[in-house]
Design a protein around this ligand. Structure first.
Ligand code: ATP
Length: 275
């Protein structure tokens, strides 16, 4: 595996994990590998979609400019758009705020046969909310357990849950922000808070440590992706998704065979009674 997996609660200090990796590949090799992975990923998604027995939820978290958009564009781009969706979670609206924090999240979870990418997620409610004290500790402290229960519920209902933390360095983030500023085609993405949030870098690190420590479970694991190299990030994420979906292949093929057999009976009957 090209990245670190967290599937057990336990003490974590993710800042010791490197933000930059090449996995022993050159950029050209990585691009070639990703092209092959994209084909495999596309086939797996088609199977998931046709079998209709499971859903896939991909949660993406990361600091500003960590590449969440780019990762979704590349990885979701390998799949049939008909079966995939992206849900982006911003500052909650008054209506969203009037409900429990999982209300807006639950509505966007994938149905059977569907793949949904979360660009930010319910984890913001124990990250930005904690770092900026948007709610009292007594409120956000309970959310770790709520999130674990919520993700358990999804898993119990055949949602495959994969959570990625895109891990970038402070220097790389600065480079990307300056690059955005200098490029009129990218400047629209910038927000003054992208700079001011850097003052809270260590607070976010501590908050992410707690997320990984308390919300890593066997069935809803976290993967920390060294994300300074975008080409490595894509390969590492694709690898995780392929390895996660592959074990379901036989089951999905069996479901398809069953559907095919049922359809054949219906077709035979229809043909026999057709004029
Ligand atoms: P990029 O990472 O590429 O800069 P972005 O994800 O920051 O893009 P924006 O629309 O600029 O996209 O930011 C969304 C903002 O909404 C983030 O600052 C995030 O922390 C905030 N947000 C998301 N969920 C919540 C929440 N539950 N409570 C408060 N703020 C939230």
């Amino acid at each position: 595996m090209l990245c670190e997996k967290f599937d057990n609660p336990g003490k974590v200090s993710f800042t010791t994990i490197p933000t930059k990796s090449d996995g022993g590949m050159t950029e050209a090799q990585a691009l070639e590998r990703f092209a092959k992975q994209a084909v495999e990923l596309g086939k797996l998604q088609e199977l998931l979609s046709a079998a209709g027995t499971h859903a896939l939820l991909v949660v993406l978290q990361g600091r500003d400019a960590s590449g969440k958009d780019g990762a979704i564009k590349s990885v979701a781009g390998a799949m049939n758009p008909g079966g995939t969706r992206v849900a982006s979670f911003k500052v909650p609206t008054p209506e969203e705020r009037a409900h429990d924090f999982l209300w807006r999240i639950h509505k966007q979870t994938p149905g059977k046969g569907e793949v949904v990418f979360f660009n930010r997620s319910h984890y913001e409610d124990i990250l930005v909310v904690r770092v900026h004290e948007l709610a009292p500790k007594a409120v956000w402290e309970k959310r770790y357990d709520d999130i674990n229960s919520f993700e358990n519920l999804l898993v119990d209902n055949n949602v495959i849950v994969v959570k990625f933390f895109l891990h970038v360095s402070k220097d790389e983030q600065e480079r990307r922000l300056l690059e955005r500023e200098a490029n009129p085609d990218k400047a629209w993405k910038l927000n003054p808070s992208d700079w001011t949030e850097r003052n809270f870098w260590d607070n976010y690190s501590a908050a992410y440590d707690d997320v990984l420590e308390r919300c890593s479970t066997k069935d809803a694991p976290w993967y920390v992706i060294p994300a300074d190299n975008k080409w490595f990030r894509n390969v590492a994420m694709a690898e995780v998704l392929i390895e996660t979906l592959k074990p379901y292949k036989a089951e999905w093929k069996a479901a398809l065979a069953k559907l095919g057999a049922e359809q054949k009976v219906a077709l035979d009957k229809a043909r026999a009674t057709a004029g």
